[in-house]
Design a binder for this molecule. Structure first.
Ligand SMILES: [Zn+2]
Length: 133
């Protein structure tokens, strides 16, 4: 390697070094430019935390979906029922969470939580429907 290249690489190394810290413990990093952690311990701890956060997120959403499904199933015994928005709210229904969405040719949008669906009607009412499996 030419001396000039060596100096340039050292320079790049130095300027990039200053701004990099271990993602886990925030210790300054002294290794390669792509180094993210000061040690294997920090890498493992960090990755386990990320995995744990993702697992918790998925578990929470699954629980909320399960709750939504349970609420619709309990309210819609006949397979076609009208309920008010306030009744759904009172039961703890979360309108943010559904598993699929279906818009008919006539422009009606059905929201589904698995096989349990609902359609917004007028006057804060909802038609609950059940998709046959
Ligand atoms: Zn560290």
């Amino acid at each position: 390697m030419f001396v000039v290249d060596y100096i340039r690489l050292n320079f790049i190394y130095l300027i990039t070094m200053e701004k990099r810290y271990c993602l886990e413990c925030s210790e300054p990093l002294k290794g390669r430019a792509d180094q993210k952690f000061c040690a294997d311990y920090c890498r493992n701890t960090y990755n386990n935390k990320v995995d744990k956060d993702t697992k918790n997120l998925i578990r929470n959403i699954n629980n909320r979906l399960r709750k939504n499904h349970k609420i619709l199933s309990a309210l819609n015994v006949s397979g076609k029922t009208k309920v008010s928005r306030s009744k759904l709210y009172d039961k703890g229904f979360d309108f943010q969470l559904f598993t699929s969405i279906y818009t008919t040719k006539t422009g009606n949008t059905y929201f589904y939580i698995y096989n349990q669906g609902y359609l917004a009607l007028e006057n804060e009412l909802f038609l609950l429907i059940k998709k046959e499996l």
